[in-house]
Design a protein around this ligand. Structure first.
Ligand SMILES: Cc1cc2nc3c(=O)[nH]c(=O)nc-3n(C[C@H](O)[C@H](O)[C@H](O)COP(=O)(O)OP(=O)(O)OC[C@H]3O[C@@H](n4cnc5c(N)ncnc54)[C@H](O)[C@@H]3O)c2cc1C
Length: 304
């Protein structure tokens, strides 16, 4: 904690302006009251994807909505959420492979299923709330650039298939010339994208005009923290999404709201058991993200 004469290190005063925030909504800097209310039922700290999703689930279809104060250090969605790539891409095999040795297959599979459930949950949300956001369901590729990486992924993929892991049923493996052709066709995908896809833009000479950066926060075991904070009655956490919050946050927030609204236990919410925050996880000295980078350096496989 900085002393009172020191400025807090965050938020950074000179952050870059992401494209998503070039035309801010009226909620961007919205302040509902001059003074903070003296009391309320719930305080939400942070108005990003997590905070907004918790507020949504607390209020959605609630006949007796609680009073909520939402506090935001900067502007709505000015953090990771507003700097996002926008890829709601469930991790269907890597999470199962990476987490199985430590936590067992059943717990690891929960992660993949939960992420997959976000695709339809967010689709339903867009339709129900009539949100205009270019939501587009498509296929995606993971490309492995070295032979050793490719061999490992193929081994893992075959093992998951053999074990009948449901989340990999829709994952296809391609190698050799066929994979090269796929990469080739994707390489220049965004060149002239607007000209190719939008009527009236054909001669626009549209080009990239905004590049921005953002900080990704990693938890020490690469898993989110969700639920009641041990030893702090009345305090819940939904954080630590490790650069991958799009297919994890919305239904985690639903779980948090169920815990508050209905007094459900964490186990009753359907949020993966590995997301539950515990004293053991909070105390752990593990640094899984750095360890993973170390492994990749050894294999000569660092990706950006
Ligand atoms: C460059 C970039 C690209 C990404 N691309 C993807 C992607 O393609 N797919 C994907 O799944 N994920 C992606 N992510 C990750 C994803 O954006 C995050 O997981 C997600 O947005 C996290 O949401 P959040 O609400 O937890 O955090 P944030 O959006 O960071 O929200 C936290 C908010 O809390 C506020 N705050 C913090 N401390 C305080 C305080 N003390 N008081 C008041 N307010 C406070 C902050 O100002 C901030 O607005 C990306 C992240 C970055 C940075």
């Amino acid at each position: 904690m900085p002393s009172s004469d020191q400025k807090p290190p965050f938020p950074a005063p000179n952050s870059t302006l992401p494209f998503w925030r070039t035309q801010p909504d009226k909620l961007d800097d919205y302040r509902s009251t001059e003074e903070l209310p003296a009391e309320c039922d719930i305080v939400i700290i942070g108005a990003g994807y997590a905070g907004a999703s918790v507020a949504y689930h607390l209020l959605d279809g609630n006949p007796s909505p609680p009073s909520i104060v939402m506090l935001e250090a900067r502007q709505a969605c000015s953090g990771a959420t507003g700097r996002n790539g926008g890829h709601l891409k469930p991790s269907l095999y890597a999470s199962v492979t990476n987490m199985t040795p430590k936590y067992g297959r059943e717990a690891a599979e929960e992660l993949a299923k939960f992420e997959m459930a976000h695709v339809s949950a967010i689709k339903r949300l867009m339709e129900k709330e009539n949100i205009d956001c270019d939501f587009h369901i498509t296929r995606s590729f993971d490309v492995f650039l070295t032979e050793s990486q490719n061999e490992k992924v193929k081994r893992d993929y075959d093992a998951l298939n053999q074990a009948g892991v449901i989340s990999v049923l829709d994952v296809h493996y391609t190698s050799g010339d066929k994979a090269e052709r796929l990469v080739e066709s994707a390489k220049r995908h965004f060149d002239g994208y607007m000209q190719r896809h939008f009527r009236g833009w054909e001669d626009s000479r549209a080009y990239t005009d905004r590049v921005w950066s953002g900080v990704m926060g990693y938890s020490s075991d690469n898993l989110p923290h969700v639920g009641h904070v041990p030893g702090k009655p009345g305090l819940l956490i939904i954080a630590g999404f490790t650069g991958h919050g799009m297919p994890q946050i919305f239904l985690s927030a639903k779980g948090i709201a169920q815990m508050i609204r209905e007094g459900k236990s964490f186990e009753g919410t359907g949020v993966p058991r590995l997301y539950q925050t515990t004293q053991k996880r909070l105390d752990s000295k593990e640094n899984a993200p750095l360890a993973a980078i170390g492994r990749e350096i050894n294999l000569g496989q660092v990706r950006l």
